[in-house]
Write a protein that binds this ligand. Structure first.
Ligand SMILES: C[S@@+](CC[C@H](N)C(=O)[O-])C[C@H]1O[C@@H](n2cnc3c(N)ncnc32)[C@H](O)[C@@H]1O
Length: 282
């Protein structure tokens, strides 16, 4: 296992977070009392690591496999309103215990894999909370698209909340596979999952609810696609937005007829729930 690492001044912290948000294999450390940032990216091969170094600069080192294999403690289950509990546990006996412990909430099992979205990141958990609210407001029978689905957690939750059909996509083929696996693992069938680059997409269907937890630089370019995808009066939830970039996102959104009356900031991450006001667009 190879690690590419780069040191840079801490003023670039947001830029690095933005660039790698969604990549489960990157870790950003703040060093020297906040003056320096170290970006570590885990790669399968030295060749991959060297390609990244060529692109961004930095240095490659080999991680001792003992470090890599160190058992990681399963984090505590995460409660989402009074509706879900999200856990990385996949042991059936432990899941059965959790179902007893959290009776009344549905337990969603999303084991950690090389795809983003086990629920513990603020950008995912805030979308989940907003999604529970949307599900309650809409009742059964709304359609939902989850763009940049990662592990598929949001699509699975949408299906459990009454959405039908549910469409999920990611440009990472591994995320597509993981989402296809995680649906049935959680008793959910029928989520349509496709490998799609949102920025090169010409959607043919429209949805009542669109979710996109993808970083700002992608969202800013994605509004023409989002406007084609969302039904007039539909709900849209955007996440993965660094607070420092939120106004750029909202400004671009407004130009395409999107308004975001509900904004939640968790740490430096912003999640926004809004609507597409088709009548404001020529
Ligand atoms: C932050 S993760 C979100 C995962 C999951 N939806 C969640 O909320 O936890 C962003 C996902 O978007 C995907 N992604 C990034 N840019 C994309 C693009 N242009 N088209 C499709 N997927 C993209 C990444 O592969 C990653 O799985």
């Amino acid at each position: 296992m190879w690690v590419w690492e780069k040191l840079s001044a801490s003023k670039w912290l947001d830029a690095w977070e933005d660039r790698f948000h969604g990549n489960p294999n990157f870790v950003v450390h703040v060093l020297k009392g906040g003056k320096t940032v170290r970006v570590e990216v885990f790669c399968e091969s030295q060749e991959d690591a060297e390609k990244i170094v060529e692109q961004f600069g930095g240095r490659v080192r080999e991680l001792k496999s003992a470090d890599w294999q160190k058992p990681v403690e399963v984090p505590a289950p995460l409660k989402i309103r009074d509706r879900f509990v999200v856990t990385q546990e996949d042991d059936e006996a432990k899941l059965a215990d959790m179902r007893r412990q959290f009776a009344g909430r549905e337990v969603l099992s999303i084991p950690p894999e090389m795809a983003f979205g086990t629920g513990d990141h603020a950008t995912t958990s805030t979308v989940l909370r907003m999604l529970v609210d949307i599900g309650r407001e809409r009742g059964p029978g709304w359609s939902c698209a989850d763009l940049g689905c990662g592990t598929g957690l949001l699509a699975i939750a949408a299906r459990k909340l009454g959405a039908d059909p549910v469409f999920a996509c990611d440009f990472d083929p591994f995320a597509v596979k993981v989402t296809e696996r995680n649906g049935p693992r959680n008793g959910v069938e029928g989520i349509v999952v496709e490998e799609i680059d949102v920025l090169a997409w010409k959607p043919e269907k429209t949805y009542d609810v669109v979710l996109a937890n993808i970083f700002s630089t992608v969202l800013i370019q994605a509004f023409p696609v989002l406007a084609k995808l969302l039904k007039p009066g539909g709900d849209i939830v955007l996440s993965g937005i660094l607070a420092s970039q939120a106004w750029d996102v909202f400004e671009e959104a407004a130009g395409h007829g999107f308004g975001f009356p509900k904004v939640v900031k968790k740490g430096k991450w912003v999640t926004a729930r809004g609507r597409w006001m088709a009548e404001l667009v020529d």
